[in-house]
Design a binder for this molecule. Structure first.
Ligand SMILES: Nc1ncnc2c1ncn2[C@@H]1O[C@H](COP(=O)(O)OP(=O)(O)OP(=O)(O)O)[C@@H](O)[C@H]1O
Ligand SMILES: [Mg+2]
Length: 466
């Protein structure tokens, strides 16, 4: 059942009647929920400090604090927790008061089990709706770059597509390998779209871009007060992706402590927020990508071998574009059509001579390089067809006189900026040149620059905010 798959709710139950607490402690888990019980308001608030709950069932009349008072606090500290007030004396007054203070609903005592179940069902719906909204948002974002349509019918690409069809419906972890720009993220999205999770969130995370000290809390969430700056409870991306797919890009960048937590999730299906003691279940499919050699990293001891095998249940290896050049014309036409559609043009074409030039190039930046080149050429060509003159003047994109020894990476175009550049200007220019040389492949650029990937991301941020 859907509810089971979602792992039920985390429920906080506060009531001063001991038999009701016993009842809930027994019955709620049978419905697939997890429950924590408290005898009064202050202990309920204490429990809330210890973790995030999907729902809080609060008795109206408790010694020390009323349910409404507890409700008011919950609204402040845990806005994602839906509060249901239990009232012994069902007056319109208390009900209205509860709702006015932001309660999700109320129940009159003695409460009927069916009513409680119905309300909890609606809490699940609300949570799923929030997830769906998130899913829609990420799909919209994906749609901006075109629906995930994998172009290519060379034998290797047909094999990739068949593999996607076969493994998409399973919940198995998938490792997508390939050089930069070969379409790893597109493959991950296709796997998601073709799975039973398609109407849930697809959450891409760039593991290399997360600040080192926050990776764990970004992925797994944290408890209020777990560390300096954690002033609210926060869901991690695993919870946001609940029911859907988490795409861990550049997974080789995760440090060892996070690798352990990821492994634990893959083995048990459970995660634990930073600062919390209790693990809980989430239903998430993990897809990873990397353009680093993880096997080599395993050999060096920087990537856990057990994690590697867990993540690698299936492996999709995307061949570089130079190894499937027959796909270039179809890819180019697809991108031309997409650009034309975006700019409201009805017709957009490319001349056979221009296609021939594209076929001569070795595409170190793979499909992304092609997409960028087509985008530029479409603009230069205006309303006419794309001609050779709209393509860059790199030797490989010119008719060949004698075949040059194709180096996979062209030389950087680096010149010290004119005038009196500051050290910073020179640094930024150099970083830009190295990035261009590697066609935007950041791990490769960071290695050549001799800085960590994270430092590179910081520098790029500075570049963009200049
Ligand atoms: N087979 C394909 N058909 C259509 N478009 C493609 C294909 N492969 C890649 N693309 C497009 O090329 C661009 C780069 O693809 P993507 O971002 O998936 O690459 P990547 O392997 O994740 O790159 P990186 O390693 O740099 O993160 C995207 O715009 C994507 O839509
Ligand atoms: Mg990518």
């Amino acid at each position: 059942m859907q509810k089971q798959r979602q792992g039920g709710l985390r429920i906080l139950f506060a009531d001063d009647e001991v038999h009701l607490r016993d009842l809930m402690r027994m019955e709620l888990p049978r419905l697939g929920h997890e429950v924590t019980v408290c005898p009064d308001g202050p202990s309920a608030l204490k429990a809330l400090e210890g973790g995030l709950f999907d729902a809080a069932l609060l008795d109206m009349r408790m010694p020390g604090m009323t349910g409404i008072e507890v409700l008011a606090q919950i609204r402040q500290t845990s806005p994602d927790t839906q509060v249901i007030i239990l009232t012994g004396h069902a007056t319109v007054d208390t009900a209205v008061q509860a709702l006015r203070h932001g309660a999700f609903d109320y129940l009159t005592k003695p409460c009927k089990w069916a009513e409680l179940e119905a309300i909890l069902g609606r809490v699940i719906e609300r949570r799923d709706l929030a997830n769906k909204t998130q899913a829609l948002e990420t799909r919209l974002k994906a749609a901006e770059g075109g629906t995930p349509l994998l172009i290519g019918d060379t034998p290797v690409m047909l094999q990739v597509k068949r593999l996607i069809e076969t493994i998409a419906p399973t919940d198995a972890a998938v490792m997508v390998l390939g050089e930069t720009g070969t379409g790893k993220e597109l493959v991950a999205r296709s796997l998601h779209e073709k799975s039973r999770r398609a109407d849930r969130a697809f959450i891409p995370v760039n593991c290399g871009a997360l600040p080192e000290n926050l990776v764990e809390s970004e992925l797994f969430g944290h408890r209020k007060g777990a560390f300096t700056g954690a002033d609210t409870h926060r869901k991690g991306l695993f919870e946001v992706a609940n029911g859907g797919t988490l795409f861990l890009d550049e997974v080789g960048e995760l440090d060892k402590s996070v690798q352990v937590k990821l492994l634990r999730f893959l083995e048990s299906g459970e995660i634990r927020r930073v600062g919390e003691n209790e693990p809980f279940r989430v239903d998430v499919r993990v897809i990873c990508a990397t353009n680093r050699d993880l096997r080599e990293m395993v050999g060096e001891g920087t990537f856990r071998e057990d994690l590697f095998f867990r993540l690698n249940t299936f492996e999709i290896d995307l061949p570089p574009l130079r190894g499937r050049k027959a796909d270039v014309p179809a890819l180019a036409r697809h991108m031309i059509a997409r650009n034309a559609q975006r700019r409201g043009l009805t017709e957009a074409t490319i001349s056979p001579e221009a296609v021939e030039l594209l076929m001569n190039h070795d595409w170190p930046g793979n499909v992304r390089e092609l997409a960028n080149m087509i985008e530029r050429a479409t603009i230069l060509a205006g309303n006419g067809p794309i001609l050779p003159e709209h393509l860059p003047t790199q030797p490989s994109l010119r008719p060949r006189v004698s075949a040059p020894a194709a180096s996979p990476v062209s030389a950087p175009h680096f010149q010290v900026p004119d005038g009196n550049p500051t050290l910073r200007d020179v640094e930024m220019k150099y970083i830009q040149a190295i990035l261009e040389k590697h066609n935007g492949n950041k791990p490769a650029a960071s290695r050549e620059l001799g800085i960590s990937l994270k430092t590179l991301y910081n520098k790029i941020n500075q570049l963009q905010h200049n």
